[in-house]
Design a protein around this ligand. Structure first.
Ligand code: ZN
Ligand code: ZN
Length: 599
């Protein structure tokens, strides 16, 4: 924890000025310190003014600002007004204002407070810098942060707190090299330093590095706490690393951290994210009375995205019986589950209950679920009407859901309507171009496919390269489409060919709409064969024993052809294959997929 300024200093209590018997300065101070809400503070403020107590004087003003800052949801504009009225604020008051802004959703006003306090002749102290750096981290301003840090070094305040804040800044800004270098250089690293860098890497797309650092941490006999474990669990979830997840689970039980309900919830989430829904359920039940509504929600959402819609709805009913109040996220899970099971009318019933019974205003995520629900059920016209009637403006995600539904249902007219909005809302999103060109290709409208490609090239829209992660033993491997960087590349490509040969014997021919239209069919098939998940599956088939479930994480949507091929592989090779793509899970088994071929 970064130390906060002390609530008050005792000298204020002696320096009382012109108190009135009815409402003294001392009484005002006592009330400020025990205040619990903004209206309450404003009342005290008004009373003080009426009684002639100078509430904007530097000493009382600082307590008023501190009282505002200590509330769970502070009113920034109020603090700003009081701050503006204080003639000579102290460094304590400046620090409180910096903290207040740094912890708010829009922290930029924290930064100009440094030059202001300097020009007022004040010297920053050890509390000033960590919060300034926190503001820089939120604003993603690494250069500015470095200047702030240089100043702290000059002032002799380069404490481990300041260094940890700088570390957080570097990882938040994705400057992993600088973060790592700084981490190595911190002289007295504490648990917070380890947690900061591990969490920074885990949450900013470097889960592998987070796990490596954890190994180093254990090696140096630094004991992790619940915070470290939650970061690690999220890193494993990111990687879809189930073997590692199970090992961390054992480790958690040994450390006794398993009793912590945040850790329990993180475990449920992790197992759900690695597609191991049975393990997620087991943790949920083992939590017993430590279950919170977050635990229920996490499992409901987990089941829904994994394609176990009926189970998710059953669990929701159990949640109601248990007397837990659902949250807006619970309903995202419930609606998703309805959508997955094709329960259109039930979905609308839950949507209404959410509004009427639970007084939850539908958010854009819920709207997205409803559009998905209709789209999946083939009711694209109704989905389009639903979007037009929405009380809130549809965002790109909602229109993209409709475009996806149109691509599946081969509805060019509405697909084009969705595309027109997407071009305005989020131009240059490569996935949309791919969906639209697939829609045209499915209708064999090659001229339109060519037009879309041309416009992609003209606008410089690049296709995001497909990447797939696969966990083999203790390591997680990454494959990029057409990748030849793997040390066993040759064997992997030989395996891809072998798999293709075996599938051809089963009567498979490539559906080639997902590949660009102007290359020959044979080439198209080759291009498809080297999609990243094919390489990852081939590698997993080489490296794991028969019958072992293969788990993949893909950064894009699985293409239609890879979907068909994965279904076939699951049958021909008798393997369960779990794929988490950008929007959902596919559990392939015995030639079928849990998504029922709609994704
Ligand atoms: Zn593919
Ligand atoms: Zn599927």
């Amino acid at each position: 924890m970064i130390p906060r300024p002390p609530p008050s200093d005792p000298e204020d209590l002696d320096a009382s000025s012109s108190p009135r018997p009815s409402f003294s300065r001392r009484r005002c101070l006592a009330l400020l310190q025990s205040s619990t809400s903004i209206p309450n503070l404003k009342q005290i403020h008004a009373r003080a003014l009426r009684a002639g107590v100078p509430v904007s004087s530097p000493d009382l003003g600082k307590h008023l600002i501190f009282a505002i800052a200590s509330l769970p949801s502070p009113l920034l504009s109020y603090a700003d007004t009081i701050f503006g009225r204080i003639s000579r604020p102290s460094i304590f008051t400046f620090n409180t204002m910096i903290r207040l802004h740094a912890e708010s959703p829009s922290p930029s006003p924290a930064l100009p407070l440094l030059p202001r306090l300097l020009s007022a002749g004040l010297s920053p102290d050890s509390h000033t810098y960590p919060f300034l750096l926190k503001a820089c981290a939120k604003l993603l301003l690494p250069r500015h942060g470095e200047l702030v840090h240089a100043r702290s070094v000059r002032d002799g305040h380069n404490s481990v707190f300041v260094l940890n804040s700088l570390l957080h800044l570097y990882s938040a800004c994705g400057q992993f090299h600088s973060a790592h270098k700084l981490f190595e250089e911190i002289p007295h690293r504490n648990l917070i330093s380890w947690n900061t860098i591990i969490n920074g890497f885990a949450l900013n797309g470097r889960p592998n590095e987070a796990l490596t650092l954890f190994r180093e941490m254990s090696h140096r006999r630094v004991a992790p706490d619940g915070f470290t474990m939650v970061s690690l669990l999220s890193a494993c979830g990111e990687l879809g690393a189930l073997v590692l997840a199970r090992r961390l689970h054992v480790y958690l039980s040994k450390l006794g951290l398993y009793q912590n309900s945040h850790v329990g919830n993180a475990l449920i989430d992790l197992y759900a994210k690695t597609g191991a829904i049975i393990d997620a359920e087991k943790v949920f039940h083992e939590m017993g009375s430590r279950k919170t509504r977050v635990s229920w929600t996490t499992l409901i959402v987990g089941m829904a995205v994994n394609g176990f819609g009926e189970e998710a709805l059953k669990l929701f009913k159990a949640m109601e019986i248990a007397g837990e109040t659902p949250t807006e996220i619970t309903f995202v899970g419930v609606l998703y589950a309805c959508s997955h099971c094709g329960l259109v009318e039930e979905g609308f019933e839950y949507f209404e209950r959410m509004k009427e019974e639970f007084k939850i205003e539908p958010k854009i995520e819920h709207m997205g679920c409803m559009v998905d629900l209709l789209g999946r059920a083939g009711q694209v016209d109704r989905a389009y009407k639903f979007i037009l009637d929405m009380p809130i403006e549809a965002n790109a995600v909602v229109w993209r859901t409709l475009l996806g539904a149109c691509a599946m249902q081969r509805r060019v007219d509405l697909g084009e309507a969705a595309w027109a909005r997407l071009e305005r809302l989020e131009p240059g999103h490569s996935g949309d171009y791919v969906l639209l060109s697939n829609l045209y290709a499915g209708q064999r409208r090659w001229a339109d496919v060519g037009r879309i490609r041309g416009s992609m090239l003209r606008k410089g829209v690049k296709k995001t390269p497909g990447k797939t992660l696969v966990e083999i033993g203790n390591s997680v491997w990454e494959f990029v489409m057409g990748d030849r960087s793997h040390p066993e590349s040759e064997e992997i490509y030989a395996m891809v060919e072998e798999v293709a040969g075996r599938l051809r014997k089963e009567g498979y021919t490539a559906g080639t709409t997902a590949v660009l239209a102007d290359i020959e069919d044979e080439e198209k098939e080759t291009a498809l064969r080297y999609h990243s998940e094919r390489l990852a599956i081939a590698y997993a088939l080489m490296k794991t024993a028969p019958g072992v479930t293969i788990r993949l994480v893909k950064n894009l949507r699985v293409c239609e052809d890879c979907h068909t091929v994965t279904k076939l592989i699951s049958r021909v090779y008798a393997r369960e294959i779990v794929v988490r793509d950008r929007s959902r899970f596919h559990h392939f088994s015995g030639g079928r997929c849990s998504c029922r071929d709609y994704w």
